[in-house]
Design a protein around this ligand. Structure first.
Ligand code: MRU
Length: 350
């Protein structure tokens, strides 16, 4: 199972090893992060991205930071963990998996307050690896549930990148597509390029090509025309945070796809593990939207300037699709209508 991130024992001790996704598809470069500050930089600068992968990176970054602490008492250990937590928590605000994973690490520390500091450090490494392993299991289960919605011969539109690269392995929405393909369904994928950072063109096309799945790259503004022609049977996207009522934050441009899908009576599905559901917020209005650098919009792939100097630029990295546009949410527990999430999953969520 390909994974973009791993806990690795290097010559000088443990490192978090991540594939630098900003270099794909031209170069495959792995970066070893020796400390939690470098992990935080990797999350902020999109070396690792995608909600579940961000959560795994945060858990590993927390465990890595903990290893460097020298503390003889539990209280001193906890005091020194706080800035590590805060540095990682300040990287990207929208994907709730980041906060979910950090919270899980903090809970582990509290549960084991009677153990030695060295033992808690060991347990933090194991917990980060568990967060990773569980994510892969969830994605495979999501693939099983979601692939039942796909018929032989379907053309599926997807947005952004939701494959192995965005997760611990296999993927969410793209994972559903992989499972459908592996189970013999002859499908085609239409991939939005996903401006401004081009996760669709650079990453999703790279993954589909590696898996030999027929795929066509389109620019974001072509989706409506393909829907009107009747070329798309369903839309499948991922999520960065799903509110209790099913409103879903995902990569900017997702909302436009959802509205277009509704207008053309095309089913629109979100695939996400339950770690992406935030039951603490009632609706999408409470989801913080990350505002990224104007340079991402002003330049193509950080290199070629396409806008005049000194123009005003907006760059919200995510938008919120209201639940009314979403046909169903595919999770590792099954497929739910947005309005069913709270009743059916609310109490089980850890
Ligand atoms: O800014 P990114 O690349 O981290 O945004 C990623 C997305 O929006 C994905 O669609 C989402 O995280 C789901 S990933 C399985």
């Amino acid at each position: 199972m390909f994974s973009p991130i791993e806990w690795h024992i290097g010559a000088k001790g443990p490192v978090v090893r991540m594939l630098d996704q900003t270099r794909l598809p031209h170069e495959v470069i792995w970066v070893d992060c020796p400390d939690h500050q470098t992990v935080a930089k990797g999350i902020r600068d999109l070396w690792v991205r995608g909600a579940p992968a961000i959560g795994i990176a945060a858990a590993m970054g927390f465990a890595l930071g903990a290893q460097a602490i020298k503390a003889s008492t539990y209280d001193d250990f906890v005091r020194q963990l706080k800035p590590i937590h805060d540095t990682l928590a300040a990287t990207r605000p929208t994907a709730v998996n980041l906060f979910w994973a950090l919270n899980r690490m903090n809970i582990l520390v509290q549960i084991h307050k009677d153990r030695s500091v060295e033992e808690i450090k060991e347990r933090l490494i194991r917990e980060a690896q568990t967060v990773h392993d569980e994510d892969i299991r969830r994605n495979v289960a999501m693939g099983d549930h979601g692939s039942k919605l796909i018929r032989d011969g379907d053309t599926i539109l997807t947005h952004c990148n939701t494959g192995a690269l965005a997760t611990g392995g296999h993927g969410t929405a793209l994972g559903v597509i992989f499972t459908a393909w592996e189970t013999g369904k002859r499908i085609k994928v239409l991939v939005d390029e996903t401006r401004p950072v081009l996760q669709g063109a650079r990453l999703t096309m790279w993954e589909l090509q590696h898996n030999k799945i027929p795929a066509t790259l389109i620019t974001d503004n072509m989706a409506g025309a393909f829907m009107k022609k009747g070329s798309i049977r369903l839309c499948l996207v991922g999520a960065d945070r799903i509110a209790s009522n099913g409103d879903t934050a995902n990569k900017i441009g997702t909302y436009s796809v959802a509205v277009l899908a509704k207008a053309h009576k095309i089913p629109f599905y979100v695939a996400a593990p339950t770690s992406t559901i935030d039951f603490s917020i009632p609706s999408g209005d409470a989801i913080p939207i990350e505002q990224r650098s104007p340079e991402e919009v002003a330049n193509v792939f950080g290199k070629v300037r396409i806008a005049p100097a000194n123009v005003e630029i907006a760059n919200p990295a995510f938008d919120v699709t209201p639940a009314k546009y979403i046909t169903g949410i595919i999770t590792e527990e099954g497929v739910f209508k947005p309005g069913e999430l709270k009743r059916k999953l609310g109490r089980k969520r850890m």
